[in-house]
Design a protein around this ligand. Sequence first.
Ligand SMILES: *Cc1c(COP(=O)(O)O)cnc(C)c1O
Length: 386
Amino acid sequence: MSSPRGKIPYSRQSIDEDDIREVVAVLRSDYLTQGPKIRKFEAALASYCGARYAVVFSSGTAALHGAYFAAGIGAGDEIITSPITFVATSNAALYLGARPVFADVDPATGNIDPELIEKAITGKTKAIVPVDYAGNPVQLDIIRGLAERRGIKVIEDGCHALGASYRGKKIGSISDMTAFSFHPVKPIATGEGGAVLTNDEKSYEKLLAFRTHGISQGGPAALEYPAPGGWYYEMQFLGFNYRLTDIQCALGLSQLRKLDGFIKRRGEIARSHEKAFTGNKWFDLPVVNDDSKPSWHLYPIRFKDEFLDEKPVIFDRLRKAGLVVQVHYLPAYFHPYYRRLGYREGICPKAEEFYKRELSIPVYHGMDDADVETVHKTVFNALREL
Ligand SMILES: *Cc1c(COP(=O)(O)O)cnc(C)c1O
């Protein structure tokens, strides 16, 4: 598949004719939303990941909000997460009046460092929210172990990591809850969209109600008052309209069938990047844990000391040459909103350094071999001029 306007982005969706047919079929059907495609997509996601339940949401952000709510997180509570993430991870805690506490990362992978999580735990900690950065799974065994000892939950931000595995298990089947995103740059696309996967029935029920205004989804047995008639329903807590449409779920179902192929192609491209760039003098390559199979949502390179100051120049050169590279991420607490909340530079020095070094070069399933070669040539050209 060729790229729009000849540019090669750091990531993008692939949509083919059967995706389009599935969406059009929904447009001709009785239900555009709240119809049969939702449960079908949820069942397919749960089965793919090996989890008992999946609840789809209107975005990955809404999914995180739902997961935190279902975990009972509220005003005065704390969650521990990584600053090397998209701001939605910590914002969703703020929505509930909780405080995000940032723990520093492993400088090689950009993933949260389990030892530093342990140091950040207080009496107010309700959940650890590790982020599988770039689709490279965090050390879930260690993180789960320390959460279990303290009686707190692990809510994994797997927005990069649908299709990735850790010690032979799919991401989505391991943590108390795992949130995914189906934004077009992520492993599968529904336009906007997300999901929470869990094995816990109580969380599942809360997630279902939270997605639809806090209206009980549990039938007559779940009502607080006797039903005076068949029309009756109850809103039992303050939820949101965070539903995903049938149009989007049809696209999600069709995309999910291709996910393994997408991941395979991303892996091939990552190996090709590794082959082309191994031993170069300008930057280090991404590091993957031995016990994981990543989804390669991103291909994060890290500039070496001597070339750090040149990153902005190289960034502009690459963009001008048609590679839509990006930096993932500005540490969440660097954003003005977080600074105004009192977060200061220096909280997580390794994350701040990771941010200074990092640049995401293109890796996505729609790249053909010519695109991959263009990336290699363009990167070498931009760097040789240093
Ligand atoms: C994309 C993303 C989100 C938010 O997902 P949306 O679907 O865009 O709302 C949250 N966390 C991470 C790590 C992400 O990459």
